[in-house]
Design a protein. Structure first.
Length: 153
């Protein structure tokens, strides 16, 4: 289980906010410190699950020294937030596709806020699930033609 640094910050008449230096834009808040910590664990887990689904890499946790060397972080209180997810490691692969198909993939992914890797991962998962559910004889026949059964995937 990995731990990431969360930074707690509080302004007058506000909840306790938590941000993550390793994940720009991921923020949450809680009415008290216990609530803020619980919300931080949930926000971090959901964000990492989204990265995995999109085929994005999960960054290595920064050290406390690196985080606190940023002057903007010095007014915050650093806490360790455990990752409560079974995130699978993304592996880089090299594939060959027809140029037209690649252009269609990129256009579709961009229009739907996905990366190329994220789209391909979702598309592959979708096809495998359809074949495993027995709803798509075509997909099953294509997997069989490739020498792979969906039952072996």
């Amino acid at each position: 289980m990995r731990n990431y640094i969360g930074l707690i910050h509080k302004d007058t008449e506000s909840d306790y906010g938590v941000s993550f230096p390793d994940f720009s834009g991921v923020v949450t808040a809680g009415a008290d410190l216990d609530d803020a910590r619980a919300m931080a664990e949930e926000a971090l887990a959901l964000h990492i699950e989204g990265l995995v689904e999109d085929g994005e890499a999960i960054p290595e946790p920064s050290s406390l020294e690196v985080v606190m060397s940023d002057a903007e972080n010095r007014d915050c209180v650093a806490i360790l937030v455990a990752v409560k997810t079974e995130a699978k490691r993304a592996i880089r692969v090299n594939v060959t596709l027809p140029e037209g198909v690649l252009k269609q993939i990129d256009a579709f992914a961009e229009a739907h806020g996905l990366t190329r890797s994220g789209f391909l991962a979702r598309a592959a998962t979708h096809e495998i699930e359809r074949a495993n559910d027995g709803h798509d004889a075509y997909a099953e026949s294509r997997l069989s033609a490739l020498g792979t059964s969906s039952k072996n995937v």
